[in-house]
Design a protein around this ligand. Structure first.
Ligand SMILES: Cc1cc2nc3c(=O)[nH]c(=O)nc-3n(C[C@H](O)[C@H](O)[C@H](O)COP(=O)(O)O)c2cc1C
Length: 208
């Protein structure tokens, strides 16, 4: 099968790209509106960008009616957010928060998810998350500029909360203990504790 993307509708492009560019980590983003309403939503268009300065990105798409999702709205208003990672026991709660709740409603309350205060930013974090990154907005980039389909958000990580239960005896993160979920195509998910996971040592001589 060959697809010339000049002839592929955005909906189909989404289907082919999102179901093959996998597995994707899930950022479970907590934010706060200027009016003080907390928000929590998952985003799998999510990656680490660099460690110097520590930076990650998420890409909230526009809603089908062209409006902005609550998460980018809040981040643009307040300049702060938290990326919580999603381990397997939290997958149903994460999924519930992807429902399009009204901006005046908090997913923490609607979905019964325990929040706990962050240390350096105002939005709370997910109490049971094994890992949470507190972030300050670095760049807010409508893309494409003329007619945006998404708002790419770059965040500087200013603090992390890491549950020590995810560390192995060597004090390094053990992916089996972390047991994160990843987004696959359609309604499929993966886990970092899958039996098929394996270690692969890099060739000698690489500086990094
Ligand atoms: C696992 C998962 C990953 C998702 N990833 C994205 C994403 O990367 N970008 C996006 O715009 N929506 C994504 N969504 C949908 C949003 O979570 C959904 O639109 C949500 O209602 C947005 O909430 P908000 O308006 O409170 O920000 C995802 C949903 C799920 C379940």
């Amino acid at each position: 099968m060959f697809l010339d993307f000049a002839t592929v509708e955005p909906r189909q492009a989404y289907f082919w790209m999102a179901s093959t560019i996998t597995p994707r980590p899930v950022a479970w983003v907590s934010s706060l509106s200027a009016a003080g309403v907390t928000n929590l939503a998952p985003f799998s268009f999510f990656q680490m960008i660099t460690a110097s300065p520590p930076t990650l990105m998420i890409s909230p798409l526009i809603n089908s009616d062209g409006s902005m999702k609550d998460t980018p709205h809040n981040i643009r208003e307040t300049g702060e957010f938290v990326v919580n990672l999603v381990s397997y026991p939290m997958v149903d709660s994460m999924n519930a928060t992807s429902f399009g709740f009204d901006r005046q409603l908090s997913e923490f309350e609607q979905c019964g998810i325990e929040a706990t205060p962050s240390s350096l930013v105002k939005p709370p974090r997910v109490a049971k998350a094994s890992v949470s990154f507190e972030c300050k907005l670095a760049h807010f980039m409508p893309y494409p500029r003329e007619s945006p389909s998404c708002y790419v958000v770059f965040g500087t990580v200013i603090a992390a909360h890491i549950d020590e239960s995810i560390l192995g005896a060597d004090q390094k993160v053990d992916p089996r203990r972390l047991d994160l979920v990843s987004r696959m195509g359609a309604d499929w998910y993966g886990r970092t504790n899958a039996e098929e996971n394996f270690e692969l040592v890099r060739p000698k001589g690489w500086a990094r």
